[in-house]
Design a protein around this ligand. Sequence first.
Ligand code: XUL
Length: 523
Amino acid sequence: MAKLFLGLDSSTQSLSTVVIDLGTRKVVYEKSLNFDQALPHYKTRNGVLPDRNPLLKHSPPLMWAEALDLLFAQMKNDGVALGKILAVSGSGQQHGSVYFNERITAALENLDSQKSLMENLKGVFARKTSPVWMDSSTAAECAEIRKKLGGVKYTASRTGSDTFERFTGPQIRKFSKTEPDAYKKTSSIALVSSFLASLLAGKIAPIDYGDGAGMNLMDIRNKVWSMEALKATAPSLKLKLPPLAPSGHVIGKVSAYFTNKYGLNPEALATVWTGDNPASVIGLGLIKPGQVAISLGTSDTFFGTMQKCQTDENGEGHVFGSPSGGYMTLICFKNGSLAREKIRELYGIADWKQFGELVAKTSPGNGGAILLPWFEAEIVPRVSKPGIHRFDLDAKNAAANCRAIFEAQMLSMRLHSQWMNVSPEKISATGGASNDLALLQVMADVMNCRVERIEVSKSAALGAALQAAHGWLAAAGKNPKWEKLAAGFCDPIPGSEIRPDKKAAKIYDRLVEKYAACESDAL
Ligand code: XUL
């Protein structure tokens, strides 16, 4: 018999869904709905409202609710067996926040299936728009909270991260300062993830330890709201926050709204959602502590899992709760594919094949040449003024510069993930540039670790579907094991393994020190 679980992911630009059958261990349905295209009346661009102030990035929360209606209607239309879904979970873009007045509780309890979610939610918002993770308008509030908490190191060790502009705490502080009356009228604050979970459950949903850690408000070690951080952020904040809970934890049965309107199984369980990154960690199969994935996209992201909570005293990396227990880290390097492409353009290289051939003409370590490729302001390390720096590297030597960009990016990852104290057995490489073998060889050599490629479309929605299955099994007293549960859904591409070259690895053990010195010199 089919054992169906539904995962949703509300990201910046789209709402996606993945349905898995745990019986056959297969993804049986997937779909994405692009906000700009499907809901043009909100006038968003890439899911965000245009604003004259480039630092302000807000989205309309009603758009996310309306998208949920549209996607369920689409699933019904496509013949998805919604009546057989056993549990639903989800994930959302991290840090974004939704502000309700006191009418929210009754509205959620009485969702009328004759009306749309949009109509049901009329008059419940205390703030029309939601700041999202791309917003960087809270530098002052970050500094204020950090100062009240006692500096970068303390803030990071207490909440899992230093204060960041996009994090929810600084955003709430700004709202309370700039719109004190609206803040006063706010009875409840949700994250994107807990907002959508609340709609599915028909009541205010808890925030999970993964997404909750992206707020600068949660005590990362004890997984409770940190009174110290709440006090440093805004008045009466504790009263406005829902409880914290593990992701996948059962909230109750799904709201009758979805049962009556779309034929969703009335016995299906609504569970606690998480952030898109914690959900992706599951969707990429990072279950055991010490596992690492590197996503090579516009930006490069380093994901790792750890049993014990270590935090970055330099405040560059983030620690979130992982849905499979323990902790996960996220370290984001802005100059990823963006910088690789810039070098390709700079030297007029036709394609990535030719780029790889040039890299092959040079040897590991590049004769000690170092490039710092900060084409854009960098997140890790924190660099506010973009700039390219070359050390013992001839700007006219195309081949050396091609190797230098790959080595710089991997050396930077090695250096800036050292605080995690994790030596991975293997690294899963994913994202657009992960089919570049020259880059993966440099990755294996610099990290001195096996690298395997993994390709999962919609990793966050898949992670959410697995989370729904885990929650359902746990509620049935089955004590599910994550490794067993995820097996088969996110396996590496057969034959994609790349092994480190021991001689090259030794060279990088020395070069990482020179790289660190060059960084200090340039910062
Ligand atoms: C993580 C972050 C982004 C969003 C994207 O800290 O800001 O990855 O979660 O959806």
